[in-house]
Design a protein around this ligand. Structure first.
Ligand code: C2O
Ligand code: CU
Length: 489
């Protein structure tokens, strides 16, 4: 009952049993018309456009994450999968070779691409069957730090994720080195799969037990500020670039050099606090968009968010720590930057910066260049985030995905979505195919909403199609915390 009272649904309407949810992951749900889609994305490069060709093989594999060996599913034989890097305006032609024993797709998280390449089965394409290929073809219009992952079930919580960096041909650089840093929470191959975890969450919710069967965010009543009870799953490991802290990846550089960190949270259920021991970081971008540079000692990063920061390195060995918010087991994620002599800090290193002020990313100010043109909204929509642990059920606008009604917009409109988190958990809200502006003008595609937080977001409807809005906690999304955004005439 304790858990129920903390995370109880605060408005009615989610009256469905877990059995009803299963259909949602393989079917776009009510209101999305035909269930079959073309087999190839109908787009071709324009004359002179640079084309990037790649094949990604999704398959079962066994990985060494720095000691522990885990059986998992990955793109090739590494976690994260191979970095894809292109220049803004390039045409990407990327084939998914699905050698998994399950349907899959790839979603290009944060990329403002055309609808047929968005990777949402039942909404933008048919699922890619085991033993088949699907080629994604799209232009990547905007520079920034992105990633990609399946949009099927809880496959994101396996090893199926990789960074995607789109370079800006006009960017001066101003740094000597770059480090793409991908954070993850890891359970697959440690005795249970993400599918087991999801089934256990549903079972624990249905049983009405407050122990949660080994689940639970450990946040305690109210949890530590500011995110309340931030996660549902107990993970044995947290990874930085695919490694546990006992075998950290090390970036080597010279003292005085400037490093651009591109930090991606690919976790399924974990918000991290990120700090580089002994350093201040200057945050320059979030979700690909430039911000007024902000010097911080530490910042939060929610699932699906990205932050770029520049840092001038001191002399020595320094820990880049990503500490799971509100979780008391499984340790933390760690990487090292080495510019000189010295012994490496241990896996549990706790840099002082973690104890100081921590930036909440939605409070960053937008760079002038990142602002939407000033304009009053043409239309408004309401979006509530609802749900509970018991039953384990998460939804939007009073119902699970497939039962809720898609939001609608007309091409050319500025749509204001008044988002209200009606739960006692934090949720990273993600929008496909567009980015949105917060009241400050800050542009993002994924934003954390604290318990009971209310946040208006504005988007320009400039990319027709059927799109997803969902919580980027993959267990919440799979339980139903998703809704469509549909263009209408
Ligand atoms: Cu990375 Cu639909 O999300
Ligand atoms: Cu959520």
């Amino acid at each position: 009952m304790h858990r129920l009272s903390r995370r109880a649904i605060l408005i009615g309407g989610l009256g469905l049993g877990a059995g009803a949810l299963t259909a949602c992951s393989t079917n776009g749900g009510a209101g999305f018309g035909s269930s079959t889609f073309g087999s190839a994305a109908p787009e071709a490069p324009s004359p002179g456009q640079k084309v990037l060709l790649k094949t990604l093989v999704a398959k079962p594999t066994t990985l060494d994450v720095g000691g522990p060996k885990v059986a998992t599913w990955a793109y090739g034989d590494t976690v994260p999968g191979p970095l894809i890097r292109a220049t803004a305006g390039d045409f990407l032609r990327i084939t998914l070779d699905n050698q998994l024993p399950a349907d899959s797709t790839i979603h290009w998280h944060g990329i403002r691409l055309h609808n047929h390449a968005d990777g949402v089965p039942g909404m933008t394409q048919d699922p890619v069957k085991p033993g088949t290929l699907f080629t994604y073809q799209f232009t990547a219009p905007d520079p920034g730090t992105y990633f990609f992952h399946p949009h099927v079930g809880v496959q994101l919580d396996r090893g199926l994720y990789a960074p995607l960096v789109i370079d800006d041909p006009r960017e001066p650089g101003g740094y000597d080195a770059e480090w793409v840093v991908v954070l993850d929470d890891w359970v697959d191959g440690t005795g249970r799969t993400p599918d087991d975890v999801f089934a256990q969450l549903i079972a624990a919710g249905g049983a009405g037990s407050s122990s949660g069967g080994g689940m639970g965010g450990m946040g305690g009543m109210g949890g530590p500020q500011p995110w309340g009870d931030a996660g549902d799953v107990t993970y044995p490991y947290f990874l930085l670039n695919g490694k546990v802290p006992a075998a950290p990846e090390t970036l080597s550089a010279k003292p005085g050099q400037r490093v651009r960190l591109r930090i991606i949270n690919a976790a399924s259920d974990t918000i991290f606090t990120v700090a580089l021991g002994g350093h201040q970081m200057t945050v320059t971008h979030t979700d690909g968009h430039a911000v007024v540079p902000q010097e911080v000692g530490a910042f939060y990063i929610g699932m699906g968010e990205r932050y770029d920061a520049v840092v001038t390195l001191k002399d020595g060995v320094f820990p880049l720590v990503a500490k799971p918010f509100g979780k008391t087991s499984g340790g933390q994620a760690l990487g090292l930057i080495r510019t000189g002599m010295g012994s490496a800090p241990g896996p549990d290193v706790n840099p002082a910066e973690l104890g100081g002020p921590v930036l909440i990313g939605s409070r960053l100010q937008p760079a002038e260049s990142a602002k939407l043109p000033a304009k009053a909204p043409d239309a408004t929509a309401q979006l509530t985030l609802d749900g509970s642990m018991q039953p384990y059920q998460w939804g939007m606008n009073g119902a699970v995905f497939g039962k809720n009604t898609p939001l609608t917009v007309k091409a050319g409109q500025r749509l204001r979505i008044n988002v209200m988190n009606m739960t006692m958990m934090t949720h990273p809200l993600h929008l496909h195919g567009h980015t949105f502006a917060l009241p400050s003008g800050l542009r993002k595609d994924t934003v954390l909403l604290a318990p009971m937080e209310q946040l208006p977001i504005d988007l320009d409807a400039d990319n027709a199609g059927d799109w997803m809005i969902h919580c980027h906690n993959i267990y919440h999304a799979e339980a139903g915390m998703m809704i469509g955004l549909r263009y209408v005439k």
